[in-house]
Design a protein around this ligand. Structure first.
Ligand SMILES: Nc1nc2c([nH]c(=O)n2[C@H]2C[C@H](O)[C@@H](COP(=O)(O)OP(=O)(O)OP(=O)(O)O)O2)c(=O)[nH]1
Length: 139
């Protein structure tokens, strides 16, 4: 059926997936290099889900591209966080490094493993704050 006239439809939000990678009680935080308004801020590795790609595949691809590692994708962490006035949504998953793989900052300015008492030691992207709030229970 064609949509009713005068009923506004909004496209479904673009999904950005990101990974909470925890090793030995520390979480991997990555410092963005771009764009200028986000450069210097900290985030979880990840990126946009491409058309036809599952969220799990997108997360594995982004971890390979950005960190050079293979991961096993686990449970969701925190809520869906709206981005860009609702045009996108940030969806975070726990991810475990596959044995022996060591992350490298291939696209980020730098990378740190943060313990629970260091979670607030970096300026996170604003959308990440509700995710960071969930981490003490996981670390
Ligand atoms: N990866 C990631 N992006 C985040 C987080 N928090 C947050 O607000 N974002 C925003 C920043 C960007 O506007 C958007 C992700 O875009 P991106 O540039 O990393 O995505 P991408 O790797 O697919 O990039 P590209 O192909 O478009 O260059 O989501 C986070 O924790 N991780």
């Amino acid at each position: 059926m064609p949509p009713e006239p005068n009923v506004k439809t909004s496209p479904s939000p673009r999904v950005i997936v990101a990974a909470v990678i925890i090793t030995d009680g520390r979480v991997l935080a990555c410092q963005r290099s771009a764009p200028p308004e986000a450069a210097g801020k900290w985030e979880f590795p990840g990126g946009k889900v491409e058309p036809g790609e599952t969220e799990e595949a997108a997360l594995a691809r982004e971890c390979a591209e950005e960190l050079g590692v293979r991961v096993a994708v686990g449970d969701r962490v925190g809520p869906d966080v709206p981005l860009a006035h609702g045009r996108a949504v940030l969806r975070v998953y726990a991810a475990a490094l596959l044995d022996g793989d060591v992350p490298e900052a291939l696209e980020h300015t730098s990378m740190r493993w943060l313990a629970v008492d260091q979670l607030n030691s970096v300026p996170w992207l604003p959308a990440d704050k509700p995710i960071v709030a969930e981490l003490p229970a996981l670390l």
